[in-house]
Design a protein around this ligand. Structure first.
Ligand code: AMP
Length: 191
């Protein structure tokens, strides 16, 4: 992987451990020579992951809609793309990246992760998707996915499309050796 896109909160969260984890991920990317692609803001976990990637000698490419670029854009990125809409932004983030990681975040992060997994289950891409489930932050989302599979709204094998870890180094190792499962969304009995 040459570029990894990180989805994460535009807030930092109540617990300083979240900012620290974003920093660990940014440093791990830089150490491996993997460029960061992200939402382009200098605030919250987004700012923390970018600052750590840059401090570690890595690159950080931000993609930000013009509607809020002049209010929250990170001022020191390697590269910034200002785009016209959120849809355009998600497409460019996708095109520029070889893999994706979600850190803790809110609705924006959930939207980005959900769209990516939807494209993955439809077979539109086979890029690795990872989740940092820090201190069980995403336990209820993962339970929902199990529930969706158990009730027949999601193919159980599609749960394999998301690599889950509490540790950035472990997650990056697993993403680097990711072998995408071949699953037909439209096979009999699939959700
Ligand atoms: P949220 O999780 O709701 O804080 O939204 C964060 C995610 O949505 C990030 O991964 C960004 O790509 C995008 N996003 C939401 N708000 C902003 C913002 N103010 N600046 C840049 N990106 C944002």
């Amino acid at each position: 992987m040459k570029h990894v896109c990180v989805y994460c909160g535009s807030s930092g969260g109540e617990n300083p451990g979240y900012v620290a984890m974003a920093g660990r991920l940014g440093s791990a990317l830089a150490k491996r020579g993997i460029g960061l692609v992200f939402g382009g803001a200098g605030v919250g976990l987004m700012g923390a992951v970018a600052d750590a990637a840059l401090a570690g000698g890595g690159s950080a490419c931000g993609i930000i809609p013009e509607a809020f670029a002049n209010r929250v854009a990170h001022p020191g990125l390697t590269e910034t793309h200002v785009v016209g809409s959120m849809a355009e932004r998600k497409k460019l983030m996708f095109d520029l990246s070889d893999g994706f990681i979600a850190l803790p975040g809110g609705l924006g992060t959930l939207d980005e992760l959900s769209e990516l997994l939807t494209w993955s289950q439809l077979g539109f891409h086979t890029k690795p998707c990872g989740l940092i489930n820090q201190d069980g932050y995403y336990d209820s989302l993962l339970s929902f996915f199990d529930h969706a599979a158990a009730t027949g709204f999601m193919h159980a094998n599609h749960l394999e499309l998301l690599l889950v870890s509490g540790d950035p180094e472990d997650l990056l190792d697993r993403m680097a050796s990711y072998d995408p499962p071949i699953i037909d969304k439209w096979a009999k009995g699939s959700g």
